[in-house]
Design a protein around this ligand. Structure first.
Ligand SMILES: Nc1ncnc2c1ncn2[C@@H]1O[C@H](COP(=O)(O)OP(=O)(O)O)[C@@H](O)[C@H]1O
Ligand SMILES: [Mg+2]
Length: 406
């Protein structure tokens, strides 16, 4: 009230001054005409001065008071795709957004939040936030139907318009995906370090022996240095594979567009692997058409795919003695390349895991055959980028078929 009066007085100070001086002039006129003229001039001066100095004021439209101070906030939360509640200071629900309704079910405005959310960690956090007036945060996980982790935050807020309303925003965020990626990343780093640590430890052992007990044993030198060279080669294979994977990850979403003729490409992969096959006592049989079959792709990457598959078939299907490589093209059907071996096969429950990084059916057998456990992971990445698929069929004791379907 007092503020309104002072405001009014301040904004009308010049008019008031004019009025007071004018009145004084009239009174003075009754006594002395010179004084009256002087006072009248003084009365006019302030209004002249206002004209010269006062800024031109554009009248601002009075802001319309919102019907309800929380309307805007509610409509903002309605668009969130994670559950959001607005609570009053007694933890009664003022508003629930559609996502909260979908996840936790309908709750009437005015009902206590515990009617829908009963988890003690969340209820404790709500109580604490209301008591302290400071932001609160907690996490909880659900193990059914899947492993889901939620982060729950509660933030005190107040509306500025009109009468102040204090409320709390309770937000749920599903962080399961980012947790899963974190875990994958740390597993990957742990696996990669473990793979590098084994050859490093062996190198260190040999170096120490060469510097110590075997310093003068020239016969041992050659033996040790040969093993050391093998270990170093294994490490560089692993680093090469890791680099391939990381390069592929970077360009995962870009489909390669060159036209690649699969017939000569597969032919030259078979040629390149012939010496290895001979060493293993395996014959690679090609069943390729005598005309070109083009797909859009990246020549080097597709070479890497068939190298991995045919090499695996020779190494792990060695007992079968034969590896068939067939390229089939039928009208109106996808182009398919199959690499078939007649070796021991792969247990059914392990087939879906073969394309995981570092997954090996038998770690020792893979290591002894110069495997890194990354080959099929690389194959899968390349094929995904080529919009192609890898299909694996295997039967214990009969062998395996790895098919690339373009
Ligand atoms: N043709 C196959 N027959 C049997 N097992 C196979 C075959 N191809 C792959 N595997 C299994 O899958 C695992 C993963 O293969 P890969 O990713 O190429 O890794 P690496 O060959 O480096 O061990 C191999 O260690 C092996 O156990
Ligand atoms: Mg391999």
């Amino acid at each position: 009230m007092l503020k309104a009066v002072t405001d009014w007085l301040l904004s009308h100070k010049y008019n008031l001054a004019t009025a007071i001086l004018g009145a004084a002039a009239l009174i003075a006129a009754g006594t002395n005409s010179r004084i009256a003229v002087a006072v009248m001039l003084l009365a006019v001066l302030p209004s002249l001065w206002i004209k010269a100095t006062a800024p031109v004021l554009i009248p601002e439209p009075e802001p319309e008071p919102p019907e309800e101070p929380l309307c805007d906030v509610k409509s903002a939360f309605a668009g969130f795709d994670s559950p959001v509640y607005m609570l009053d200071p007694k933890a009664n629900v003022i508003y629930q957004n559609p996502s909260a309704r979908h996840v936790f079910g309908e709750i009437e405005p005015g009902q206590h939040i515990s009617a829908r959310i009963r988890l003690p960690v969340i209820m404790d956090m709500i109580r604490e936030t209301i008591a302290s007036g400071r932001n609160g945060m907690t996490e909880y996980s659900e193990t059914l139907p899947g492993e889901n982790v939620f982060q729950v935050r509660m933030i005190p807020a107040e509306t500025q318009e009109g009468k102040a309303i204090r409320f709390y925003v309770l937000i749920f965020r599903d962080i399961s995906e980012s947790r899963r990626i974190d875990r994958m990343r740390s597993d990957f780093v742990a696996n990669a370090s473990h793979e590098l640590r084994t050859p490093l430890a062996s190198l260190r052992g040999f170096i120490e022996t060469l510097l110590g007990p075997a310093r003068t044993d020239t016969a041992a030198h050659e033996r040790f240095l040969t093993i050391m060279l093998e270990q170093v080669t294994r490490m560089s294979r692993l680093v090469d594979d890791l680099m391939s994977l990381s390069r592929l990850e970077i360009k995962a979403r870009v489909a390669p567009e060159d036209a690649v003729d699969l017939v000569p490409l597969i032919g030259s992969v078979c040629d390149a692997l012939a010496p290895l096959a001979t060493d293993l006592g395996v014959e690679i049989k090609r069943h390729l058409p005598d005309h070109s079959i083009n797909v859009s792709g990246d020549r080097d990457e597709l070479t890497q795919v068939f190298e991995n598959l045919i090499e695996n078939a020779c190494k792990y299907g060695q007992e079968g003695k034969i590896v068939d490589v067939t390229l089939i093209e039928k009208p109106r059907q996808p182009i398919e390349v199959s690499v078939i071996d007649y070796g021991p096969g792969i247990p059914e429950d392990q087939v879906p895991r073969l394309t995981e990084r570092f997954y090996r059916v038998n770690v020792e057998s893979s290591r002894s055959k110069k495997g890194t456990g990354l080959g099929l992971a690389i194959v899968k990445h390349i094929l995904t980028r080529h919009r192609a698929r890898l299909l694996i069929r295997s039967e214990l004791g009969r062998g395996s078929t790895f098919t690339v379907r373009f």
